[in-house]
Design a protein around this ligand. Structure first.
Ligand code: XIL
Length: 394
């Protein structure tokens, strides 16, 4: 029998909520009520040539990661609101930020982002609950020196998932539950040296999905990773994630979608056909897919101006963005296409990849670049490409 995903069966109809240790803490910190969306604006309130309005014609949300500056600076906020209808917090929902000290929570940035989304008729992608990076120091230190035992760590993880997902219950469209667990190797597989795998073993991943589903039965639960749609040349990582996802579904784990980050670099090859084929392969399991962190970096003169040093990059950068969105458009199960920041001015790329930049849709002065017009053009032409009507709840 072909597997049917929980999403296809209606995610909200899943397990009865028998909350674990997270319940009391959830009640203590939850400051919002379920489904309190404001929906002040709609896609048709915006310029019909905006990315969000064009995407809405085919039922695909167009998103961006936001950092606080994108909300607090009017010129940034205007672009965020007018071009995108789903937002991912770049950092503000990561464990390091939300629980800087044990039991001490800071929801300021996350609350601001959710509020900004609701004011602008946009959705939110929660990011991320179970990841080896950007963990609070008290947690990693405690695990390293043994002052946090294995059983305590299980409890902390469960509590973290219940508190965070519970706080925004009914207000998060997709949650990146687990992030970046697979090896960049051939063959690939779950990284045995990953912090969580070393500490708790691989069953912590399905557990996180089960807890997240209990905490918000209406949220689409995503596995998120990079190079899992053909970008690594061998397709080994995609094969490994595909096999693992099938196992999870066979075990009844509420995994509902695969998020491919889409961090590309013009110095490497990239096949849009392979990318699309791999997205389609995930959907054969009954899963949805999403592009969650798209950017295309290249070598630049300096981190401030970010002028490409190779003139061909001026063509390759928008071309690879186009390859990605064309694939996303061609796969009706692709829920959203999200860029990891919309302007080179606040992109993570110059800080993480030495000598590289020019990775986003807008330049450092907030002017749209060829990549912006590429996405706009592809979306304009998309209505005839994607025939399916989106049926997702909400
Ligand atoms: C990045 C942020 O953009 C940076 O600001 C931060 O310093 C490090 O993390 N994959 C992910 C994202 O899933 O969470 C990362 O975001 C980029 C790579």
């Amino acid at each position: 029998m072909r597997r049917r995903s929980l999403l296809a069966m209606g995610a909200a109809g899943g397990t009865a909520a028998v909350l674990g240790t997270g319940t009391s803490a959830l009640a203590a910190t939850s400051g919002v009520t379920a489904d309190s969306r404001i929906w002040a604006k709609h896609d048709h309130d915006f310029d019909p040539t905006s990315l969000r309005a064009l995407g809405s014609r085919i039922g695909m949300h167009i998103g961006s990661a936001l950092i606080p500056q994108d909300i607090d600076t009017p010129s940034y906020a205007a672009i965020a609101a007018s071009q995108f209808n789903v937002y991912t917090p770049g950092n503000e929902m990561k464990w390091q930020v939300v629980e800087p000290e044990p039991g001490v929570y800071d929801w300021t940035g996350a609350d601001n982002l959710v509020h900004f989304a609701e004011q602008n008729g946009a959705r939110v992608r929660g990011h991320t609950l179970l990841w080896h990076n950007q963990l609070p120091t008290w947690l990693t230190t405690g695990v390293a020196n043994g002052s946090i035992t294995t059983s305590q760590l299980w409890g902390l993880l469960e509590q973290h998932v219940f508190i965070e997902v519970g706080r925004y219950r009914g207000r998060i469209w997709q949650w990146d539950v687990a992030n970046e667990f697979f090896l960049d190797a051939n063959p690939s597989g779950i990284d045995p040296n990953n912090f969580w795998i070393q500490a708790l073993g691989p069953t912590c991943i399905p557990k996180a999905y089960i807890w997240a589903h209990e905490a918000d039965p209406g949220a689409i639960l995503v596995y998120n990773d990079y190079n899992i749609a053909g970008e690594d040349g061998t397709n080994a990582k995609s094969d490994a994630v595909f096999a693992w996802a099938g196992q999870m579904l066979d075990q009844g784990v509420p995994l509902m979608a695969i998020g491919n980050q889409g961090h590309l670099d013009t110095q490497y090859g990239f096949s849009g056909q392979r990318f699309q084929a791999d997205l389609e392969r995930y959907t054969t399991l009954g899963l949805k897919v999403a592009i969650t962190e798209a950017d295309v970096r290249t070598f630049v003169n300096n981190a401030t101006d970010q002028v490409p040093t190779d003139n061909l990059a001026l063509f390759a950068q928008p071309f690879e963005f186009g390859q990605m969105i064309k694939a996303a458009i061609a796969v009706p199960e692709c829920l959203s296409f999200t860029v990891w920041g919309f302007t080179d001015a606040d992109s993570w790329v110059p800080g993480f990849f030495t000598g590289e930049g020019y990775a986003t849709l807008y330049d450092v002065n907030l002017n749209p670049k060829p990549a912006y017009y590429e996405l706009q053009q592809d979306l304009m032409e998309s209505a005839g490409v994607r025939h399916h009507v989106r049926t997702r709840n909400g």
